[in-house]
Design a binder for this molecule. Structure first.
Ligand SMILES: [Zn+2]
Length: 107
C-alpha cells in the first residue's frame, strides 16, 4: 500500500510508500506532483478523456478519497462497501462535482 504521485502534464503516476514525502517534483518535467491515494488507477497515456476527468476532479477538490453519500461530511460514517465510484468522463464528472460538492477539499 502506498500513495501515487501523479504528474498530469506527463500523464505519469509514481508509486510511493506512505510517509515518503521527498521533493514533489516530476522526474521528467519537474512540475508539481499531485498526491493521490493508491486507489487512483492511472489511465493509459492515450486515454485523454480519463486523464482530463481525473485532473478536473482534482482541481475541483476531489482527491480520490472515499465519498459516502449517506454521511454528512461533518459526521463521517465509514461504510467501506458503500462509497461512490469516481467518474471516468467529464460529463459524469461535472454531475459528480455538483452532487458531492460538500465533500470537496478546499485548497
Ligand atoms: Zn511531468
Amino acid at each position: 500500500m502506498g500513495a501515487k504521485h501523479v504528474c498530469f502534464a506527463c500523464r505519469n503516476a509514481y508509486n510511493v510508500p506512505y510517509g515518503a514525502v521527498g521533493p514533489l517534483k516530476c522526474p521528467h518535467c519537474a512540475g508539481a506532483l499531485t498526491i493521490l491515494p493508491h486507489r487512483f488507477r492511472p489511465p493509459k497515456k492515450r486515454e485523454d478523456e480519463k486523464w482530463n476527468t481525473a485532473q478536473y476532479l482534482v482541481e475541483q477538490g476531489f482527491y480520490y478519497e472515499h465519498i459516502f453519500p449517506v454521511a454528512e461530511p461533518t459526521k463521517h460514517v465509514a461504510i467501506p462497501a458503500n462509497y461512490v465510484p469516481y467518474p471516468e468522463n467529464l460529463r459524469e464528472a461535472r454531475e459528480f462535482v455538483q452532487q458531492y460538492r460538500a465533500f470537496a477539499k478546499k485548497p
